[in-house]
Every structure is written in C-alpha cells, then in structure tokens.
Design a protein around this ligand. Structure first.
Ligand code: ARG
Length: 457
C-alpha cells in the first residue's frame, strides 16, 4: 500500500520505487514505529480527536503486528515504501476503517524523526552500558597491577617507568569521557518531535506535552521546522562513536605492538586470535587489527552524514533518509567493536616479567638520576648534561645505569654516592611519583577510589 497516490495518474516506475524505498533498512525500528503510533493515538483519543473505540482497536492491531513481526508470522516484504507504510497497511488490513485514522494529525516527517530518535536513544543507553562494562574490566586490571612495572613511552621510545595500572588508567579516562559524551547527547536530544507534522504543526488540538511524556521525553521540541529536519543528534552520536573508535583503535595498536615477538608484554588468547593459511607458526592479532580498521568506517559515517546535511534548506528533504544506513552501520560497528575488544582484554595474558625487563633497559630511570643530582644541589640543566654522559658511557659499555660501579659514577660526577642505586631502581622511580595522576601507588590508590565510586553510581 502507498500512503499517497491520489493525485497521481500513473504507476510508479519500478526502479523509482526501489530507489525511493527505505523499508530494507528502516524496518530496523519497527518496534519504535509502533510505540510512537501507540502514543500518538493515545493522545488523539485523550483529545477526543478519535474515539476510544478506535484507539483501542488501533492499539490492539498495532500490538498484534508487533508480536507477529517478532515471531516471524508477519514477514516484512519489500512491496511497501517504508516501515510506516508497511505498518499502516497491515493495520488497516487487520482492523478496517479505524486503521485509516492512525495518521490523523501526523506526517511521516515527524513520524520518522520520532522513530529515529527513539531508536537512537535506546542505542545510546546500550552503548553507555557496554562502555561501563569495559571500564569495570579496566579498573579490575588496574587494581591488580599497581605494582606491575613497565616502560612508559613517548615517540614509541622508552621514556620513564610506569605501572600497568597507570597505562590502563589512561584508557579508563578516555572511555569515561566517551560515556559522558553519550550522556550529554542523550540529554540534548531527548525532546519529542511528534506533533510537528510535515513542517508547520497541525490544526488539530494535539497535546504534545502529553505525547512526549508517554514516550519518556523531557518534553516536546519547540520548533516544528527544526523538529522534522534536525539530525544534529545523529551527527553528534556519530562523532562520539568516532572518538570511541579512535580510542579503541589506539588501544588495539598497542595490543598489536605488545603482542609482537619483539615485545611479548602480553599474549592475546587463542580464542581471540587467528592463524595463517600458509605459515603454521602464526597467531595473528586479527581482531585488534579489524577494530583498528573499522574505525575508518565509523569516521566515514560521520563525514557522510555531515556532507548529506550541509546543503539542505528547511525543512524536511528526502536526502535525510540517508541518515539511517550511516547511523545504523556506525552503531552496529561500534557496539560490536566495544564488545569484542572487551572480550579480548579480559582474556589477555599479561607477561609482567617481560614488561619489567623492558623497563630496566633503555635508561627509563635517566630522569631520576638527574633528579638525584638536583636533590644534591646540582642545577637541573647541568644534571641533564651529566646524566647524558652517563648514558653515553653505558651505551659504549652495553650496560644499564644500575650496573655502573660507584667509581664509574664518581668519575663523571663526584656528587654521586652509594644511595644512587636506590634512587634509580624501578620501584623508587615509580613510587616517588605521587602527585595526583602519576603512577606512584599512593596517587594511584586515590584515583582507583574515585573510579570505584564513579562506577558504583
Ligand atoms: N523514509 C523516509 C525517511 O526516512 C520517511 C519520511 C518520508 N517523508 C516524505 N516526505 N517523503 O526520511
């Protein structure tokens, strides 16, 4: 059934129908479409725009359609233009005349705006929960690894010793921000477009506040033109998902590096690895690579949506139908990636000995050696130069700073005493860094407590 056609004298060309139709993808929100229609007719009856009998018949009919789609008894065929036409056609087929009253005081423009908002709102909540699960795992790893020493990097060069808890904490911060971004989007978007009509509201005495409250919106939107043509929340959501993917991708990159034969900081579990068809020895980090790869796809959705919207005059234009496939793909991709990443993270084997050994090499304690000199009255710039000489000496001798004898130290600077060894051991380097946000155990304990409280809420 078509929702229009009265003023047409010819059948739609089949290619035009196919090109115009959105049913193949907008069937994804059939439940939201039905929930929106139930709220709409409930409001229409309250306002005495339709009778109570019609309302009851329509709601029963809509519920039976919903049940039948879910059970598979009613198959969504491609004959209809979109999910709105599909539901209305089947409603009228099931309940007769009353079904034709469903669309009173409504346009597909406010209907689709509503459906998409209801769907997106649900997905935002789900994504927030997935992120919460990931944060819980990160916090667990943090708590178990406040003493696990590893090298911290800048420029992918060993820089200073940190702990694994500290490294994981950086990602905790990122995913926490991601969660709060999702929350912000929800707060901003949660206003109901229903009742905006095609663009200019309707002449019926609709109670938009009531309809909005039935659907758990904070209230109705305040401009009908904007209501039917606002896709900002989807752009914001795609942007937030792009940032989530960027974070996952960075984490994956590190997992890939840490999982190499050269690093061996971690081992990805067999259940999250794949093999090679030719090289029997291989165990590849395909999942991490795929998550990294799919990041581009989510960025693509954001760019596509922004580009689709940029030239559109007010109010609704059909271009806007393109929002769905982009958004759906980004949502499914991001949710899938968070879940897979979470599973991979939970099953990682951590090779603490390798992390520790790596931190010992590469002069990660050089800054602490300079700080030692500063604490003994040497100006920092001079201390920097002296330790530079120590490092050069060690490189020539192929030893670490800890392996130099006190005589060798004194030959470069007489300020050094026996306590230099304690000052540059990995444990000291980490545990002395106790300003909030640093890897020292005291500082880390405070941060862990804050994170625990955050996750309890
Ligand atoms: N399938 C359309 C969409 O997704 C529904 C709205 C149709 N409105 C219209 N004026 N043709 O945007």
């Amino acid at each position: 059934m078509k929702l229009w056609g009265g003023r047409f004298t010819k059948e739609t060309n089949q290619l035009v129908h196919n090109f115009n139709a959105s049913l193949s993808f907008d069937q994804k929100f059939f439940e939201e479409d039905i929930a929106g229609s139930i709220a709409h007719v409930t409001m229409l009856a309250k306002q005495e725009i339709i009778t109570k009998e019609d309302k009851t018949a329509i709601i029963d009919g809509l519920n039976s359609i919903c049940d039948d789609i879910k059970s598979g008894a009613l198959v969504i065929d491609e004959e209809h233009e979109d999910i709105h036409s599909f539901v209305e056609a089947h409603l009228t087929e099931r309940i007769g005349e009353a079904g034709k009253r469903l669309h009173t005081g409504r346009s597909r423009n406010d209907q689709v705006a509503l459906d998409m908002k209801l769907y997106t709102r649900k997905e935002i909540k789900e994504m927030e929960n997935l992120l919460k699960g990931l944060l819980e795992s990160l916090l667990r790893i943090m708590k178990e690894n406040t003493e696990t020493i590893m090298p911290g990097f800048t420029h992918l060069q060993k820089a200073q010793p940190i702990t694994l808890a500290h490294h994981m904490g950086a990602y905790f911060e990122m995913f926490q921000r991601d969660r709060s971004r999702l929350h912000d989007i929800y707060e901003r978007m949660n206003y109901c477009p229903l009742g905006s009509g095609a663009l200019a509201g309707t002449t019926y005495p609709l109670d938009r506040e009531y309809a909005a409250s039935l659907l758990d919106f904070y209230g109705p939107t305040l401009n009908s033109m904007d209501s039917v043509s606002d896709r900002d929340y989807l752009i914001e959501f795609c942007s937030a998902m792009s940032i989530i993917m960027m974070h996952l991708s960075r984490f994956c990159e590190e997992i890939i590096i840490w999982n190499t034969n050269e690093y061996q900081f971690i081992e990805i579990d067999d259940s999250y690895s794949t093999g090679s068809s030719i090289m029997p020895q291989k165990k590849n980090p395909d999942i991490a690579e795929l998550i990294r790869g799919k990041t581009g796809r989510v960025y693509g959705s954001l760019t596509s949506l922004l580009t689709t919207m940029k030239g559109l005059s007010l109010a609704y234009n059909k271009d806007m139908q393109e929002d769905k496939e982009f958004a759906f793909d980004a949502i499914d991709t991001t949710k899938g990636c968070i879940a897979l990443f979470h599973g991979m993270l939970d099953t990682l084997t951590l090779r603490k000995d390798k992390m520790r050994a790596s931190a010992e090499g590469g002069f990660t304690n050089a800054t602490d050696a300079a700080d030692y000199l500063v604490n003994h009255g040497v100006a920092f710039r001079d201390a920097h130069g002296i330790v530079g000489k120590l490092v050069l000496y060690c490189i020539e001798k192929n030893i670490s700073l800890g392996e130099m004898s006190l005589e060798e130290y004194k030959a470069i600077s007489p300020v050094f005493e026996e306590d230099i060894y304690d000052a540059i051991c990995m444990e000291t380097c980490v545990s002395k860094r106790n300003t909030i946000g640093a890897p020292g155990q005291e500082a880390m304990a405070k941060v862990i407590k804050i994170y625990e409280e955050y996750l309890r809420k």
